[in-house]
Design a protein around this ligand. Structure first.
Ligand SMILES: [Zn+2]
Length: 232
């Protein structure tokens, strides 16, 4: 329980001291948002845009064809990315997503991704969940990527039509069964387009697969994935 208590504590503290680093709780230097330069430097980055990292790509092998599986950093239990994603999702701090998106987008830009995709598409939330949270965390990550890469974002065409509840306590198999028929595409925006699907976290990859399978029906030129965190 110690971990969850310290999470509550940092949620509480951040209400009053928004200028503390999410990683080390030190005061942020001028010009830094959410993470101090040292914590940023210490993020366990995957470098999937420059290196072969099979642990992420193999989640999709034989299931659905993807050009790139881009993961900003490794997700470890009680690690820095878990802390960051918790604040992004539950701490009413969508700006974290945009900040990471901009940083990651800059790195991708330097590796030649400026013209690699036509559209950025965030994994949508169900309307009910969107109303509860007030924002879609994946959309804010997508927004940062979109600004850094100069690639437009489409938030209207892919929608979540079925509310499946929390996925966190389900087994791997039931998660896969559960995402069937959950997403839907409303128009022909993705036809012959190079589509980059973005989400905050990749665990089993089942949510991403469910979206990709629906997008594939629209005959895109090809598809790729980008997430903030990736779990083994
Ligand atoms: Zn720090």
């Amino acid at each position: 329980m110690k971990g969850s208590f310290s999470t509550y504590l940092s949620d509480f503290v951040s209400l009053f001291y928004p200028n503390l680093c999410l990683g080390c709780d030190e005061l942020l230097p001028k010009g830094s948002e959410y993470l101090c330069p040292k914590c940023h430097y210490n993020l366990p980055k995957t470098h999937t845009h420059r290196l072969e990292v099979p642990q992420f790509k193999e989640k999709f092998e034989g299931v659905v064809a993807v050009r790139d599986v881009l993961v900003y950093a490794h997700f470890f239990k009680k690690g820095l990315i878990q802390k960051v994603l918790h604040q992004l999702k539950y701490g009413n701090q969508p700006g974290i997503g945009e900040m990471i998106g901009r940083r990651y987008g800059k790195e991708l830009l330097e590796s030649g991704y400026a013209d690699a995709y036509d559209l950025i598409v965030p994994v949508p939330l169900h309307e009910k969940r969107f109303k509860e949270r007030g924002y879609n965390q994946s959309e804010h990550f997508g927004l940062g990527l979109s600004k850094a890469l100069g690639i437009p974002m489409n938030v209207d065409s892919l929608v979540k039509v079925k509310h499946v509840g929390s996925q966190t306590k389900r087994s791997k198999l039931s998660r896969i069964v559960n995402v069937d028929g959950v997403f839907k595409v409303l128009d022909n925006s993705f036809y012959e387009k190079r589509v980059l699907l973005v989400d905050d976290l990749m665990t089993t990859g089942s949510t991403l697969v469910a979206c990709l399978e629906v997008l594939r029906e629209c005959k895109p030129e090809f598809m790729g994935i980008a997430t903030i965190g990736g779990a083994k």
